[in-house]
Design a protein around this ligand. Sequence first.
Ligand code: NAI
Length: 487
Amino acid sequence: RAGDLDYKVADLSLAEFGRKEITLAEHEMPGLMTLRREYSEVRPLAGARISGSLHMTVQTAVLIETLVDLGADVRWASCNIFSTQDHAAAAVVVGRHGTVENPSGVPVFAWKGETLPEYWWCTDRMLRWPGADGTETGPNMILDDGGDATLLIHKAVQYEKTGVVPSLDESDPEYSEEYAVILELLRESLAGDGQFWTRNAPEIIGVTEETTTGVNRLYHLAAAGELLFPAINVNDSVTKSKFDNKYGIRHSLVDGINRGTDVLIGGKVALVAGYGDVGKGAAESLRGQGARVIVSEVDPICALQALMDGYEVARIDEAIERADLVITTTGNKDIIRIDHMQRMKHQAILGNIGHFDNEIDMAGLARIPGVHRIEIKPQVHEWRFPSGRSLIVLSEGRLLNLGNATGHPSFVMSASFANQVIAQIELFTKPNEWDKEVYRLPKHLDEKVAKIHVEALGGELTKLSKDQAEYIGVDVEGPFKPEHYRY
Ligand code: NAI
């Protein structure tokens, strides 16, 4: 804590470096900078207390400061233990007008290389707003990536109702190390102010969710009638998932592999599990380096797309022995199992770029009798089997583009985060227009985000004549496509 600010980051003296990179990023983020110009006088987010859980990178710093310029109070944590860029976190805390000695920016709770208990402590701190009289309140807006902030609040309300937080042991099917950590945190919360979230969750106007995995969680909650507040699915804005998930990954997957290993990708066989938006970007990224790419899919439509794009489609069970690199992109669990790992080539590289670390059975790997884990450097480990063969595992099975590199570049995150800011404004300024359901942004706002980025790249849009617009049944100013159009 310094002055009025409570925070926990690695090293505030990194703030100057962080600020320099944030300033460069601003130029590459025309979506956010246009929204700043458009709204900084109106300040539509004045009164918003936004708790954000999203990778604490340079790009996210530009997002946070945009929310601040639009009037919001903000607290932040990362949504992954390895994804924080410590210089960005420091710069956000110091702020644009503060100093290292007297920071005046935004409370951030994030550093690269958190333990799981530290991660959930940070999430909890980010969600609790200190009041003047020493009491705490909750946020009135959530900005989430992967749904951990939303999950914590929902679990807390659930257990506050019964007054009991269950204990799990390792034989329980629901058990995971991480779930045990969450339950411990909730147990402490219950023992303290036992009704904190029951009191504060009704204040939450809504959540805007960044990624596929978090959106899936929200639809499950809504279908079960358990969603506590309205949600906007930012991921399925076209200018998010068809750009960030694809072109962002096309950039940051090879970046992560290169920074982690520096192994030549050209000529190697790469196996990509999943050919959704992320898988499409991943396969293209690897092929761009000259890899021979094999795709595995469960969905025949995506499998057919992979074939049409020129990739071999095969099952993991069969292709695993041929692969020099194996990358999971499914957002599903149990994709690479122990029996797969034991059949992989010597020094093959194994990594995940989906949101959670359950795509690869890391817990099972650690349990193999006689297996030896050698740290080559942080986020790069050689796992040596008793046979003498070994695997290189990136970011301990967590998303490697953010663990081994710096995630997606600014320009593509500008489109994603412009959708985030618009979604925050929509929810916050029209609080009575939403039910406890999951919504998407209207198409005209998606087209607005796209237009800003087309113009920033020097693209010239063609204008429809009135006659042409009537002929295809759209307005001259758009939206240009019906809702069901797939891009
Ligand atoms: P998606 O739903 O478009 O694609 C996932 C694909 O995996 C689907 O086509 C599905 O059929 C396939 N799949 C599911 N189970 C499978 C299995 N057992 N074997 C083979 N294929 C299987 O989802 P999207 O948008 O591609 O996202 C994937 C994951 O990546 C999510 O967890 C998402 O949150 C995350 N993500 C990560 C980013 C990063 O920067 N690392 C950026 C954006 C998303």
